[in-house]
Write a protein that binds this ligand. Structure first.
Ligand code: CA2
Length: 184
């Protein structure tokens, strides 16, 4: 039976040798891909980490969490943009900003708003950025009002009970989801 021959593209094929950077075209520079940025968002009262309730949240401070996130992100060639707010609307603004800035992913611990905020859920769904929810404590082993999370419903994965190591695990999972390998 006659088969249509496989056709190669007819247009010019241009190859670019990175060794000749900048490329030898007058006035033309190849676009440099910038490091993917992830938003690490912490919600209400998480600025108090390390100051009270160590039996539940450990001794690490928010600064420790943000340092851990920056270090973990850099292992994948990513940048962590860490924000914390005690205000629901400001958290929503940060999520919207992530879309404007074309951020690659979001790690969110919305604190108490996880269990109450349909608005935060809607913001996460609205920006359509791969999101991992983190809780330092095991919310399912605590009061029943912490068992449901609106932000978890908008995330592709949720982690709880690992202490602040949950942020490191979440960034690893997010990088895998994005297909970004660890740097050697
Ligand atoms: O386990 C988590 O990460 C939580 O998101 C923490 C929230 C809580 O409302 C969630 O149910 C679970 C509370 C954060 C409060 O953090 C504090 C830390 C030290 C001292 C006081 C509060």
């Amino acid at each position: 039976m006659f088969k249509t021959p496989l056709r190669l593209p007819l247009g010019p094929v241009v190859t670019y040798n990175p060794a000749t950077n900048p490329p030898p075209f007058a006035g033309i520079r190849m676009a440099q891909a910038s490091a993917p940025t992830i938003l690490v968002l912490n919600g209400p009262n998480l600025n108090l980490l390390g100051t009270r309730e160590p039996e539940t949240y450990g001794h690490a401070t928010l600064a420790d969490v943000e340092k851990l996130c920056a270090e973990t992100a850099s292992q994948f060639g990513m940048t962590a943009d860490c924000r914390q707010s005690n205000r629901e609307g400001e958290l929503i603004d940060f999520i919207h900003e992530a879309r404007v800035k074309k951020m690659a992913g979001i790690i969110i611990n919305a604190g108490g708003y996880s269990h109450t905020s349909i608005a935060l859920h809607d913001a996460l769904v609205g920006v359509n950025i791969p999101t991992v929810e983190v809780h330092i404590s095991n919310i399912h082993a605590r009061e029943s009002f912490r068992h449901h999370s609106f932000t978890a419903m908008a995330a592709f994965a949720s982690l709880c009970g690992f202490g602040i190591d949950g942020y490191r695990l979440a960034i690893n999972g997010l990088a895998a989801k994005l297909g970004i390998p660890a740097k050697s």
